[in-house]
Design a protein around this ligand. Structure first.
Ligand code: G4P
Length: 534
């Protein structure tokens, strides 16, 4: 397609939906992803996404640790088309130890789908991810999964979500029974009944759907027998008690529309996807350090939210994932890399399909483009046509675990330094250099990150390293408006101060009591839990 004018750009923006799925491990995210890709025709065979887990042919298995532990360490991007919409699904690692990576992926989406296991209700990881969504008021659609199993009642689940996640629920469908007695769902707005037939995975549009405009219609009794009465009672109750769906509240992130279903049986997924493309937001304006940028601005801009190493062992490359935020991107484009003050030609940009990646000729706001990175791109970097912009809202989180690095191969200190710098630029680990000591301290949000760092140092930089424990357990970035006070603070606390990989000053504390004490003594100094990538 040729780029003619701004109406082309507008049309491309309106048909784009860029989202991520948030859930606790095992709630059914992979299964749901697979069904969505089947609807989008991006895969033709069930099991294609699952195979990522069993790690047989996965492109994201860049290291043995992922295979050994059977977890997806890094996230990837899947693009598919549905009903004329271009959908970018950004996958997120479910394991809590890689949640920092997940947080950053969520900075690149316009909305999210939250999967809740109907047997377990709201779980720990969902709660954490929801906090991240709330930081940006990300609109969320909820899919309550596994209705084919005996679980919590639908009302219990809704109040669990409202209480634990502090978000109003607006059911759009309602389940009839559960477990062995699960009969299907009733669409509260279209007034349609969709019948559940276990083991029957329908991809056709009208299978098992009955239009029941009047709940007193005897057809309802014929179709679901004695459960018709329960449904009538439930709907009568909901009419008085449930929140009606409000598009604005959803878009502001204060209400979540709720769907019920069973991903593994491909039940309720189509209803959710149909609503998703209709109500989920297309790419909108994003903040930079100087001004908000509208996606409709013709000048291209984008930012890097993730760097992934060696996705494909045959290439052993590093890919930077860039979200296009405004204008049109095309292959061979010359863009400004503002942080290093250079022009770069993006000659081999990659776009991600469900099972493959291919060269991209053009991309639009909301699309994710992979750029080959030879060590010059960092998380948070912004690329534009001309204007020097810097997108904001891509944080580092204060690590909760610390290790001191011990170099076991004595002649390799240079390689160690290089490896650690690159790993920190990717956001795989945080690296701190104490100001009074010539050592490296690594910080992680999840302890598995340490295993990954050591394994990658060995595999990619031929450096044998191990860890010693440290006395630190809390880190805060420190700032002070008064340079004199800051200098005083630095002199007083040298032994606890370190520089991170961007040269920002960090206070390392033994525990939260120690931190509190220092915070109380230095009221002019700010102690920050997050730090923007620059
Ligand atoms: P995750 O990515 O969120 O970790 O979850 P995943 O989709 O891998 O699903 C976790 C388990 O839950 C899988 O079973 C999956 O088959 C099952 N599951 C997903 N959706 C449903 C559903 O609607 N109903 C029921 N009953 N189960 C569901 P598994 O035994 O761990 O794996 P597998 O052997 O089935 O592949």
């Amino acid at each position: 397609m040729n780029f003619n004018n701004s109406s082309d750009l507008k049309r491309q923006i309106e048909r784009r939906r860029t989202f991520g799925i948030i859930s606790h491990p095992d709630a059914g995210k992979t299964t749901l992803t697979e069904k969505l890709l089947l609807f989008g025709g991006a895969i033709t065979m069930a099991g294609a996404v699952k195979s990522r887990k069993s790690s047989k042919h996965a492109t994201s298995d860049w290291m043995a640790i992922e295979q050994e532990r059977g977890i997806s360490v890094t996230s990837s991007v899947m693009k598919f088309e549905y009903k004329g919409y271009e959908i970018n699904l950004l996958d997120t690692p479910g394991h809590k130890d890689f949640s920092e990576d997940t947080y950053r992926v969520l900075t690149a989406v316009d909305s999210a789908v939250m999967v809740i296991d109907s047997v377990k209700g709201v779980e720990e990881q969902t709660r954490r991810l929801m906090e991240v969504c709330r930081m940006r008021n990300t609109p969320i659609i909820t899919f309550i999964n596994k209705l084919d199993r005996e679980g919590l009642s639908p009302l219990e689940i809704l109040s669990d979500i409202e209480e634990n996640l502090q978000i109003e629920c607006a059911p759009l469908t309602w389940p009839i029974g559960m477990g062995k007695g699960f009969k299907g769902t009733y669409d509260l707005y279209k007034k349609e009944l969709t019948l559940f037939r276990p083991g029957f995975e329908s991809l056709r549009d009208q299978d098992g759907i009955a239009v029941i405009k009047d709940l007193n219609d005897p057809k309802l009794d014929q179709l679901i027998g004695i459960q018709a009465k329960d449904l009538r009672d439930d709907i009568a109750l909901l009419e008085g008690a449930a929140n009606p769906f409000d598009l604005d509240d959803y878009l502001k992130g204060c209400q979540t529309p709720v769907f019920f279903g069973s991903a593994v049986n491909n039940f309720g997924v189509r209803e959710m996807l149909d609503s998703f493309v209709e109500i989920a937001p297309c790419p909108g304006p994003r903040k930079t350090t100087t001004r908000p940028v509208s996606p409709e601005e013709e000048e291209f801009s984008g930012f890097v939210f993730k760097i992934q190493a060696n996705m494909d062992l045959a290439h052993r490359d590093r890919l930077a994932f860039m979200r296009v935020c405004s204008g049109r991107f095309y292959r061979g484009m010359k863009v400004k890399h503002h942080r290093i003050g250079k022009d770069v030609v993006l000659s081999n940009p990659t776009i991600f399909m469900a099972q493959d990646r291919e060269l991209v000729e053009e991309a639009w706001p909301g699309d994710i483009v992979g750029i080959h990175n030879h060590g010059t791109i960092k998380i948070g970097d912004t690329f534009t046509d001309k204007e020097p912009l810097q997108y904001i809202g891509i944080p580092s989180f204060a690590p909760e675990h610390f290790r001191r690095v011990r170099l076991d191969s004595p002649m390799k200190s240079k390689q160690l330094q290089k490896g650690l710098i690159q790993l920190s630029e990717e956001g795989a680990i945080q690296v701190f250099k104490p100001i009074t000591d010539n050592i490296f301290i690594l910080g992680a949000v999840g302890v598995l990150q340490f295993d990954v760092a050591v394994a990658r140092l060995k595999a990619e930089y031929s450096v044998e390293a191990s860890y010693d424990s440290t006395s630190f357990s809390v880190a805060r970035w420190v700032k002070c408006a008064d340079p004199k006070k800051m200098a005083e603070f630095e002199r007083a606390h040298q032994a606890n101060l370190a520089k991170d990989s961007t040269d920002s000053l960090v206070y390392l504390a033994a525990n939260s009591w120690d931190l509190k004490y220092v915070e109380n003594h230095w009221p002019d100094v700010e102690f920050l839990k997050t730090c923007e990538h620059r």
